[in-house]
Design a protein around this ligand. Structure first.
Ligand code: DGY
Length: 319
């Protein structure tokens, strides 16, 4: 039997690439540079399956002229970079990798929260540049985390993992917004009716809703204005949830105290107005970046592909 032809758009952990090659006829992107539109179209027209990542933009125009691919096995949980409706219309099943990156992403959100509160990036920059003159009582005093209020927007798996860390690890009060009624096992979390209510109540706001659609610019000038002046915004979800210019303006005008960002509107392009600021912590989209998680994500893609080519419904189909 001929093996399904699979294009992988970026390099994956070696053991997963090897595992994939035991079952499929695999083409790897040896350069590991993001494919351009032409390369993605070619992949869709030549392969039975394309395995993209968040660095690939798969808009409706890519499916417009007919495709051979029948499945897009996205390496990641978020899929707002794929027009899943257009993919479906073109006869393509889209799958993602939920659950396996929950803890890694919540860990990174907590990292950003702590780094913002304790001015960790500022301190490290000062030390590495040789400007540290030694201990003094007024040096780089940050904000206490223990006992403060975390506001979570989007109480799915990652939001709940963040709530557990904040409550059990740091004795924080948890307030949250979700469009559906949610209870968080083991955490006394207060679900509030409006995003604005959570923003107003929180000392730290952490975003855990999907990107795209109605969540584009959910955090805009007006909503930033609802936050406490002493509060920090943490984003490990998707860059398009935050209107970046409005955030820069809010930081500039002291509307909020700072931000910890792992995702950006036009990543990997970061506005100099952000990189030049001391009151932001900026990471290069590292939410799921642990070896264990990246392997688990690959395994999840493989089980989706295997199910699909065996004629079963892939466990993580999203369209
Ligand atoms: C995810 O899984 O959504 C990560 O952000 C990488 O795409």
């Amino acid at each position: 039997m001929t093996r399904p032809k699979v294009v992988v758009t970026r390099r994956w952990p070696q053991e997963i690439e090897e595992r994939l090659a035991t079952t499929f006829d695999v083409t790897l992107n040896e350069t590991d540079r993001p494919y351009g539109k032409g390369e993605l179209i070619a992949a869709l027209q030549e392969a039975d399956a394309v395995l993209p990542t968040v660095s690939d933009r798969l808009g409706a125009e890519l499916f417009a002229n007919g495709v051979r691919a029948k499945i897009l096995g996205n390496y990641g949980v978020g899929y707002n970079h794929i027009d899943v409706v257009a993919a479906k219309a073109a006869g393509i099943v889209v799958t993602n990798t939920p659950a396996v990156l929950t803890d890694a992403t919540a860990d990174l959100a907590m990292t950003l929260l702590l780094m913002c509160a304790r001015r960790a990036s500022e301190g490290e920059r000062e030390l590495r540049s040789g400007k540290w003159t030694g201990w003094r009582p007024t040096h780089l005093c940050g904000t206490q985390v223990t006992g403060k209020t975390i506001g979570i927007i989007g109480m799915g798996r990652i939001g709940q993992a963040m709530a557990r860390r904040c409550h059990h690890g740091f004795g924080m009060e948890v307030a949250f917004y979700d469009s559906q009624p949610v209870s968080v096992p083991g955490v006394p979390a207060r679900q509030l009716p409006m995003v604005e209510d959570v923003l107003a109540a929180a000392d730290f706001v952490s975003l855990h809703c999907p990107g795209g659609g109605e969540n584009v610019h959910l955090i805009n000038e007006r909503r930033l204005g609802c936050m406490k002046q002493s509060a920090f915004l943490i984003n490990t979800a998707r860059g398009d949830i935050v209107e970046e210019n409005a955030l820069i303006d809010a930081l500039e005008r002291g509307i909020i105290a700072g931000a910890g960002l792992d995702v950006f509107e036009a990543e990997p392009v970061i506005p100099p107005a952000l990189t030049g600021r001391e009151d932001v912590v900026l990471l290069p989209h590292l939410g799921s970046a642990t070896s264990e998680t990246r392997i688990a994500m690959g395994m999840r893609v493989i089980s989706n592909l295997t199910a699909f080519f065996e004629g079963r419904t892939p466990p993580d189909a999203v369209n």
